[in-house]
Write a protein that binds this ligand. Structure first.
Ligand SMILES: Nc1nc2c(ncn2[C@@H]2O[C@H](COP(=O)(O)OP(=O)(O)OP(=O)(O)O)[C@@H](O)[C@H]2O)c(=O)[nH]1
Ligand SMILES: [Mg+2]
Length: 238
């Protein structure tokens, strides 16, 4: 099958160990990842997504690149190297780790300040208004649901939903070790697919005030070059 030319870039961000690589593997390969290692730099995996243009019977396949950025704070200064020209965000937290939920605001702040051309100060400077103006589609994913005791489940899931609310995003909670949690037809799979649709719409079908399509990309041409190695991707900053 020919690889689709049109593609979108989605950043997958969150603290080290929350399960980003496990999640990306589940999304792209449709199976649980056997054993994982810390991600150094960034890994890119690809998911082919069938997009149906609203109100038409036309379906088109897009290439969704998932940029899985290693979450280690030891490499925090280099994270933003991977942030430019992103079309969407998957924010990942570990449901058993509150700190990883609180830190999503910091990750969001980091991306938005990079987008605005500012150097990240290290402070949690995420501003909901700036984010809503920016309109970068986001999805919040809570992992390790299998580790939550039934007695705590309700409380943990409600906290997860309010974290997503703060990020103005839809959310999914799952166990990355179980492919049934993202199986076709499940609510999780539908939410993920809707999120990819949104990212594609914003990149290719959104009109600016002058009625031009895909204006977001036109403002920021894809001038990056990429070097792939098994676990590391480098991106030249404009
Ligand atoms: N039980 C359980 N374990 C999980 C789940 N998701 C990830 N893990 C485990 O959590 C550990 C860390 O997962 P990774 O996917 O490597 O985490 P990461 O976010 O990519 O970490 P960095 O690359 O360091 O940023 C691994 O041992 C995974 O097997 C889950 O949903 N349930
Ligand atoms: Mg990783």
């Amino acid at each position: 099958m020919a690889v689709p030319v049109e593609k979108v870039k989605v950043l997958v961000l969150g603290d080290s160990g929350v399960g980003k690589s496990s999640l990306v593997h589940l999304i792209c390969q449709g199976e649980a990842m056997g054993n994982s290692a810390w991600t150094i730099g960034c890994n890119v995996d690809v998911k082919l997504h069938d997009y149906r243009e609203e109100g038409t019977p036309h379906e088109k396949t897009f290439c969704v690149e998932l940029w899985d950025v290693g979450g280690s704070i030891n490499h925090s200064l280099s994270h933003s190297v991977f942030f430019n020209s992103a079309h969407g965000l998957v924010l990942v937290h570990d449901l058993t780790n509150r700190k990883s939920q609180e830190n999503l605001r910091r990750w969001l702040g980091e991306v938005l300040s990079r987008d605005a051309g500012k150097k990240y100060s290290g402070e949690p400077d995420y501003d909901e208004e700036v984010f809503s103006e920016n309109q970068l589609p986001a999805l919040v994913i809570g992992t390790k649901m299998d580790r939550i005791p039934d007695s705590n489940l309700e409380e943990v899931l409600s906290r997860s939903s309010s974290v997503a609310g703060q990020c103005r995003a839809d959310f999914i909670n799952l166990d990355c070790m179980q492919n049934k949690h993202l199986a076709a037809g499940t609510t999780n799979a539908v939410k993920l697919s809707r999120f990819f649709d949104k990212v594609i719409e914003r990149r290719y079908y959104t009109q600016d005030s002058r009625g031009r399509l895909g204006s977001q990309e036109r403002r920021r041409p894809p001038s990056m070059t990429r070097t792939f190695s098994p676990t590391f991707v480098q991106e030249k900053i404009d």
